[in-house]
Every structure is written in C-alpha cells, then in structure tokens.
Design a protein around this ligand. Sequence first.
Ligand SMILES: [Zn+2]
Length: 146
Amino acid sequence: MAQVCVDRVVGEILAGWRYDISGLAPEMREDYEQHFAECQRCRSKQRMHRTIDFGLIFIASGSAIVFLLAFGAIRHFNPARALLLEIGALSGFAFSALMWIIVAIATPVPVVVVGVAKHHARRLHERLPEEIRSRIPETLSSKIEE
Ligand SMILES: [Zn+2]
C-alpha cells in the first residue's frame, strides 16, 4: 500500500524544505515535529533526504582525499609532465572542497552533526559526578543544555 501524507498542506511545506526543520525556532518547530510523529510518509522522506545529504558529504570528502593522495603520489614519483598532473589533482581537490562546502551550507548536515554532538555531550555531562560537574564553567554547561 502506498503511504499517504496525513496532512497534505503540512506535508507540502515540509517537502519544500526538503523535510528539514532544524533551522526553525523551537516554538515554531512543534507542529512540524508533531507531523513527523504522526506521518510515516514524511518521516521516511525526511530520513531519505538526510541520507542523501550525508551521502553527498561522504562522496565529497572521499573525492577530496583521493585528489590529495593523487597530488602526493605525483610529488613523490615525479613523473614526466608532473606539473600538469599536479594542477589537475589540485583542481580536483578544490572542486571537491567546494562541493563539500556547498553541501554543508545547503543541507542541515552541520546542524544534525552539532545536534548529535550536543546530545552526547549532555549525556556525558549528566553522568559526571557532582564535584566534577560543578567545576565545569557555567557557560559551557548552558551551551550543551540548550
Ligand atoms: Zn506527511
């Protein structure tokens, strides 16, 4: 059975945002979070989009590393026409880095990563003994408790 959105209007707004609500203020987010909780279709779309985002970051990182390795190999073996190859490898690296930046800006990957990091930091913080916790500067504690 094809999944249908439980609320087409909200579903279409979410589709326009690529199912990303991480940029919304917490009080604005509630309705959409509610929709994700109720609507399996939008939930799976959201998961798919985030998988694509992470896939793109992963590919861009991978190709940047490959071009850097190629550059290193050219330097090391110093073949004929090394300069042309070096330029090629560096352009490839620059292009991959640019893709990486574009994906990082255009998608919520950084927000998701920061969210996961905060979540872990908070859990670690909660487990710390009281005497250690009291020594952590107030500003740092409030940062991870947001
Ligand atoms: Zn929906």
